[in-house]
Write a protein that binds this ligand. Structure first.
Ligand SMILES: [Zn+2]
Length: 305
């Protein structure tokens, strides 16, 4: 997903450069269509060629005078020579997208913007680093501060993380979704793709995939399977479809884990309820301590495995 977005951004950058070059040529053609400008230009080019071909101080001086006359004719018509150069939007890379052999900051910025659009999460807004424990009262402040610190460290290491599954469990209103969105936004700002969807939307997509022709399935699943972070928000609120809900959830988790992609799940269900609501295999994938981090959003014990 990130590769496709980057390619699109670079293609758009190149297309914009070509458009601007064409616009510059059009400006020049417009100026040269004026008889006075065309005449002064022709005169200047002739003398310039002569000067370059035969040399001599006299010819150089005449070329300079002819150039000045051409610039005057342009000015009289409301133009300057600079108008015929493509307008550059980035001085650093002169709109090539590459600066000192590396991708220029202008492309990085456009990439993050495009990634936000592709992931449907605006890069602007609450991110992990915006968390302040001072704004929260009570014992939850310390726990949340610890969770946010852990997730900041996770985001810093991303995508080279040891555990690819994060399960946030706790009652409604304890900040799980906010944390998930903050993590997704933080990763997008760093150039990683992050897709967030409600469990209901995820389940509907899986049903659509299940009932679609085989040839269309890959396209339907592309973002879910390729985003570097997938957040499934509020697991347990989705309706249950036989042969779909559990089967596709397991398939997505396993496939993503095997590719080293991270999956985050927020849920009001306790681990026990997840075992009873789904199945043993989903439970063991979600709570496998070698591969998953469990964040408990309430109670005395906030374990961060
Ligand atoms: Zn640039």
């Amino acid at each position: 997903m990130t590769g496709e977005v980057l390619k699109k951004v670079l293609d758009e950058k190149r297309a914009a450069k070509r458009r601007e070059e064409a616009a510059a040529r059009e400006r020049m053609n417009a100026a040269l269509s004026l008889p006075d400008v065309a005449e002064a230009h022709r005169e200047y080019i002739n003398i310039l060629h002569e000067s370059l071909r035969y040399g001599g101080a006299d010819r150089a001086e005449r070329a300079e005078l002819a150039h000045a006359a051409y610039v005057d004719a342009l000015r009289a018509a409301g133009w300057s020579e600079e108008d015929f150069l493509p307008r550059i939007s980035c001085e650093k890379c002169e709109d090539t997208g590459i600066c000192d052999g590396r991708i220029c900051d202008c492309v990085k910025k456009a990439f993050v913007r495009a990634l936000g659009v592709a992931c449907d999460i605006s890069p602007k807004g609450f991110a992990l680093s915006d968390f302040s424990a001072d704004a929260i009262k009570g014992p939850q402040a310390e726990r949340l501060a610890s969770v946010y610190a852990k997730m900041c460290a996770y985001a810093k290491k991303f995508p080279d993380v040891n555990r690819n599954i994060i399960v946030c469990t706790g009652k409604t209103g304890t900040g799980k979704t906010m944390l998930a969105e903050a993590l997704a936004r933080t990763l997008i700002r760093r150039g990683h793709s992050a897709v967030m969807m409600s469990a209901v939307a995820f389940n509907s997509l899986m049903l659509k995939c299940h009932t679609s022709p085989y040839s269309e399935r890959e396209g339907l699943l592309a973002d879910v399977m390729s985003a570097e972070l997938l957040v499934i928000d509020d697991l347990g609120t989705e309706p249950r479809y036989n042969n779909v809900t559990c089967e596709y959830l397991l398939m997505v988790i396993e496939e993503r884990t095997s590719k080293g992609l991270s999956t985050m799940i927020t849920t009001n269900l306790s681990p026990d309820r997840i075992l009873r609501t789904y199945n043993e295999r989903i439970y063991s994938r979600l709570f496998d301590k070698r591969r998953s981090v469990t964040l408990l959003f309430e109670g005395e014990d906030l374990r961060l495995n």
